[in-house]
Every structure is written in C-alpha cells, then in structure tokens.
Design a protein around this ligand. Sequence first.
Ligand SMILES: C[C@](O)(CO)[C@H](O)COP(=O)(O)OP(=O)(O)OC[C@H]1O[C@@H](n2ccc(N)nc2=O)[C@H](O)[C@@H]1O
Ligand SMILES: Nc1ncnc2c1ncn2[C@@H]1O[C@H](COP(=O)(O)OP(=O)(O)OP(=O)(O)O)[C@@H](O)[C@H]1O
Length: 307
Amino acid sequence: MLASVTVRAPAKVNLALGVGPLREDGFHGLATVFHAVGLYDDLVATPLPTGSGIQLHVAGEGASEVPLDGTNLAWRAVEALVPYGGSHDVSLAIRKGIPVAGGMAGGSADAAAALVAVDALFGLGLGRETLMDVGAELGSDVPFSIHGGTAVGRDRGTELTTAMVRGTFHWVFVLAEEGLSTPAVYRETDRLRAGQPVPEPEVPAELMSALRAGDPVALGKALRNDLQTGAVSLRPLLAQVLSIGEEYGALGGVVSGSGPTCAFLARDDEHALDLAVAFTASGVCRTVRRAVGPVAGAKVVDQRAAG
Ligand SMILES: C[C@](O)(CO)[C@H](O)COP(=O)(O)OP(=O)(O)OC[C@H]1O[C@@H](n2ccc(N)nc2=O)[C@H](O)[C@@H]1O
Ligand SMILES: Nc1ncnc2c1ncn2[C@@H]1O[C@H](COP(=O)(O)OP(=O)(O)OP(=O)(O)O)[C@@H](O)[C@H]1O
C-alpha cells in the first residue's frame, strides 16, 4: 500500500447539450459533447488506521458550500469501492479550483478523483472502464470526469465515445455569485417545453467537424445547450452575460451545463485575456477564469511510497 496518492481532476463544459424528453427513471436522454478544461480540483488520499472511517477536508474556492458528510460525492466514491477491495479508512483532502454548483461538474470531478486515488492507493487494478461504470452510479457526469478529453455522451451522459479533436481551444469562464441546482434547471426546462414535442436529441454535425478541423470560429457558432433557456429563466442576469460576450467579440458563448457559469470561446490566448479583462470590468460576474481544452481526465499526479 502507498502512503498517499494525489489525483488531479478537470472541470467540463458541454459544447453541445441536447436534452430529450423526461424518462420514467427521472433522467433525460442526452446527446452531448463533453470537453474537459484546465480548471482543476486536487485530491490527496491517505490510508488511516483500521476503524478510523472516512475523513474529509475541503479547502479552496467555495469550500464552505461543500458537504463534509456522506452526501459528498468523493465520500460516496470511497464507499463504492469497498466491495472491490477498497477501504473505509481513508483521509481525503480536496482543494477546489472548480466552481461549486457552477455547471462544471465539480462534485463529479471529486468523485472521479476519489475513485482513481483509492484504486491506486490500495492497488486495486480496476482499470478506467470499471471505474467509469462505478462512477456512473454516483452521478451522470462522473464517467466523463475520468475519461477527459472531448467525448460524445449519450443515455444519461454516461455512454461515452471519444471525439476527434485537432489542437487546443481557449476559453473564458464567467462565474456567478451563486450556484444553480442541476435538478431545478432540468425541471425548469421541462416546464418551459411543456406541451411541445421534444425530439430525441442529436449531436450537431457542424460541431463535430469544427472539432476535427480545429476551427474555433466554426466551433463558436456551433455551441448549443438545451438547458440554457431554463437556466436563463431561473437566473435572468445570464442573458446579459451572454450578450456582453457577443458584444466583446467572443467567437461563441453558452451556459455551461446546468449553469450558471457561462463559457466563451476565444481565438487564442491573447483574445481570451482581452475578453477576461472586459468581463471583469463589466461587473456582471463574481470572477472570471481562463482555461484551455481539451485536457486529460482524472489522473494520478503524485504518489508516495510507505515508510
Ligand atoms: C447538466 C449536466 O452536467 C450535463 O453534463 C449533467 O446532465 C448533470 O449531471 P450530474 O450533476 O452528474 O447529475 P446527476 O447527479 O446524475 O443527476 C442529478 C439530477 O439531474 C437530472 N438529470 C441528470 C442527468 C440527466 N441525463 N437527466 C436528468 O434529468 C435529474 O433530475 C437528476 O436527479
Ligand atoms: N465534492 C463535492 N464538491 C462540490 N459539491 C459537492 C460535492 N459533493 C457533493 N456536492 C453537492 O453537489 C452540489 C452540486 O455541486 P457541483 O459543484 O457538483 O455542481 P455542478 O458543477 O453544477 O454539477 P454538474 O455540472 O455535474 O451538474 C453542491 O451544491 C453540493 O451540495
């Protein structure tokens, strides 16, 4: 057994998020394109003496809003691996760099990080496919947080196919004062669509070809999110954020997942910096972050041998 394992897990943005009708199991069928971006949560896992149980520490941005009990997704990830040879006796120290309740899969990143860390710490040798299957039971975004890169997600967002992408894209993320609840945004989307036919969602072909070509201008035009209208309905300020992005010359802008973070695509690093400065000056947001994508999924970045 190792003395400690450190795992870094990325945030995501949905470049396209097609949402089908509400299913009987309470979920919606999705056709989405996940894209992992370079905002990270870091998790350090350390084994504890037998009988200690799970100990959880959370630091960093928004840490006070993160639960420290058995509802925390990282805690649940540790429990999920006990039947596979893991242990309840683990300390997890999480440093959050992903906005909490921001639509960027922060909790899912922590679950993914905990799965990868416990697998390495106890030498379970489960492999990423098994970890993704276990992760799907914890949350719909968890398999992608392990997968990373850019991938098409179907079913609940859990059936992943790697997408072909050329080059790197430069993003600006505009963070809100307060988070939005994912189930509330899905509910609002259903409410606004009530009485209208909802087709089975599809991944836009023009978005996939923009990714293959590494063409940011075409990608900017192809960004889509069926949850955006619902998120804007719950948080009208987001309409202003999106129109400021357009005014300042972003190649495209979209609400990230269930929001309220908004993602804007820039031509290059310099353009991203200009956009970030303009958003900061506009006063419509809490803070602004720049990041590139795609980046790798949850991975071990440090491990210490015992003794
Ligand atoms: C908005 C996205 O981030 C886009 O990737 C995800 O669909 C949400 O993924 P998540 O936060 O991991 O969500 P889960 O914890 O699996 O589900 C939370 C709630 O979101 C709604 N939900 C989630 C996924 C999905 N395909 N359909 C849904 O309707 C359901 O009300 C569910 O009870
Ligand atoms: N490890 C965790 N980190 C952050 N939030 C967590 C964690 N575990 C559970 N939660 C709970 O989950 C809620 C959603 O947080 P999270 O940061 O995952 O939202 P999100 O990024 O909008 O999720 P998604 O994009 O997957 O819909 C929080 O309000 C918090 O109560």
